[in-house]
Design a protein around this ligand. Structure first.
Ligand SMILES: Nc1ncnc2c1ncn2[C@@H]1O[C@H](COP(=O)(O)OP(=O)(O)OP(=O)(O)O)[C@@H](O)[C@H]1O
Length: 488
């Protein structure tokens, strides 16, 4: 395959990757990859640094496998090659554009000896006259009991952080996982992009398999469902399709809003739904909106979805976003100061995928530039991808988070009744800043600090005002805090 064709294929794969990963991940990790070769079994990609090779291998291989499958219809092994080796040790980075035109053989010589290949079972692929893979349909194969191949091992209840925005959905998901087909059937979750619906669905799947290894669990996107159906009809194998979908115990269908408008697809899904529901099998569905707002959905399907429980997931509040970042940093052993997590969480507020992507970008930026992870560095790393929103309002919640983080205490400790100086002092500063930097009323501020009376807020405000004028050190602390809050 010549380089032009290879680049064109890689471009198509990148487009698919953009559907499943955040913009920030694609820009930071995937777009810099250089396609080196594509055979019927292997896609070889070059990375500019050893660090990015490791990172990609750890996080994105399954996504690249899926995206390249959509383009080539072959389950490829993905070979990541670090191009930054001994041969180039006089350069810290290889200039990306030139490497595109290097002959594959010389690149081969530069292979990192620690290369890992991810071998995923693939279908035998035929080649056409130009040695190109011929697109082959996937033949639906029955699901084996206890098989979790369709589930992402990282999406489990243990890694899911709960907060006000998702508490109900989480509790319901747990109940479904504990008693499949007994409590809420179907279980329908809806909410905006990147808020954890897929994560919860997979978590249900894992838990059910853990408790009932005899059960057949299948997670599928509605798009894949449609494609498999179309392929099975085209190949005269509709029975194989039905066998697969109607003989499972738990069916998880993601992004139902994309279920094709085509009558036949909805009809087939309707029958699948009825067969499973009648046989007392669990059905779990997700969507970006409430069933009644999915224009393309037939009424009979909509009303079926209403038989069970419909629950939404909202965008997480600041506290939950910080907790999500902390958990991610812990799981991935990332060393990120608390201040920086507060900073990132306050910059990205309505998509957890992007929130995670931003953390990854900041850590990568620090590592590639050999710098410490600080707020300034985070601001630099995120400035092009997330320009600061000057119109963004300063909230009481944000002030509490920043003050708590500055004094190395928990937000909850700002709210409790304790009067010890190490808590009362930051609390008074936080109240002062809430009064100075927001339009919130005194009773509202009091309420946000554990239901205190408005006179307590007045007292705190007056006290800090007075002390600020007399104490340079305190004055500097307040200035520093104001600067941090305003730079969010
Ligand atoms: N509460 C949470 N705790 C920990 N991680 C979370 C949480 N919510 C979402 N995430 C993470 O955010 C990312 C995006 O979540 P997910 O893919 O489940 O979103 P989604 O709602 O299904 O989005 P889409 O509508 O794009 O399909 C995942 O990496 C997921 O693990």
């Amino acid at each position: 395959m010549d380089q032009t064709q290879l680049n064109a294929n890689w471009e198509q794969i990148l487009t698919k990757l953009e559907d499943s990963l955040s913009q920030i991940v694609c820009e930071t990790w995937l777009k810099p990859l250089i396609p080196l070769s594509l055979t019927t079994t292997t896609l070889e990609l070059g990375t500019p640094t050893g660090f990015s090779k490791e990172w990609i291998e750890k996080h994105y291989i399954p996504f690249i496998v899926d995206a390249s499958y959509e383009v080539t219809k072959a389950r490829l092994a993905i070979d990541i090659t670090s191009l930054n080796t001994e041969l180039n040790n006089n350069q810290s980075e290889i200039p990306l554009p030139q490497t595109l035109s290097r002959p594959a053989a010389s690149l081969q010589e530069q292979k990192d000896t620690a290369n890992i290949s991810y071998q995923v079972p693939f279908q035998t692929t035929m080649l056409d006259d130009q040695n190109q893979p011929i697109l082959q349909p996937e033949i639906p194969s029955p699901i084996a009991p206890g098989d979790s191949f369709s589930l992402n091992p990282k999406y489990v209840f243990e890694t899911f952080v709960t907060g006000n925005s998702n508490r109900f959905a989480h509790a319901a998901a747990l109940a479904v996982a504990e008693s499949p087909a007994k409590v809420y059937n179907p279980f329908f979750m809806y909410g905006g992009v990147g808020l954890g619906k897929t994560h919860l669905m997979h978590a249900i799947g894992h838990k059910i398999i853990q408790n009932h290894p005899e059960m057949r669990v299948l997670y599928i996107s509605s798009e894949k469902f449609t494609n498999e159906l179309i392929n099975s009809i085209r190949d005269g194998k509709p029975e194989a399709f039905r066998q697969k979908y109607r003989n499972i115990d738990v069916l998880l269908v993601d992004d139902i809003q994309f279920l094709s408008k085509k009558e036949h697809t909805q009809e087939e899904f309707f029958h699948t739904f009825n067969t499973l529901h009648d046989a007392n099998k669990q059905i779990i569905i997700s969507s970006d909106r409430h069933p009644r707002e999915i224009q393309t959905l037939e009424d009979r399907l909509r009303s079926r979805f209403e038989w069970g429980l419909i629950t939404d997931i909202q965008a997480p509040d600041l506290e939950t976003r910080i907790a999500i970042l902390r958990k991610k940093a812990l799981i991935e052993s990332l060393n990120v100061p608390n201040d920086v997590m507060v900073y990132i969480a306050s910059r990205i507020d309505n998509n957890i995928r992007e929130l995670e992507g931003a953390l990854t970008r900041v850590v990568a930026y620090a590592s590639l530039n050999n710098q410490l992870v600080t707020n300034e560095l985070a601001a630099e790393a995120l400035k092009d991808v997330y320009p600061t929103d000057k119109t963004k309002q300063i909230t009481l919640e944000l002030i509490q988070e920043i003050v708590a983080s500055y004094f190395k205490i928990k937000v909850d400790e700002l709210l409790v009744k304790k009067r010890t100086r190490n808590l009362a002092f930051p609390r008074q500063i936080a109240m002062y800043l809430c009064r100075e930097l927001t339009d919130s009323s005194l009773p509202r501020i009091g309420e946000m600090f554990g239901g205190r009376d408005h006179t307590t807020v007045i007292h705190a405000h007056d006290k800090i005002c007075r002390e600020r004028n007399e104490d340079i050190k305190l004055n500097n602390i307040i200035k520093e805090l104001i600067q941090r809050i305003e730079s969010m």
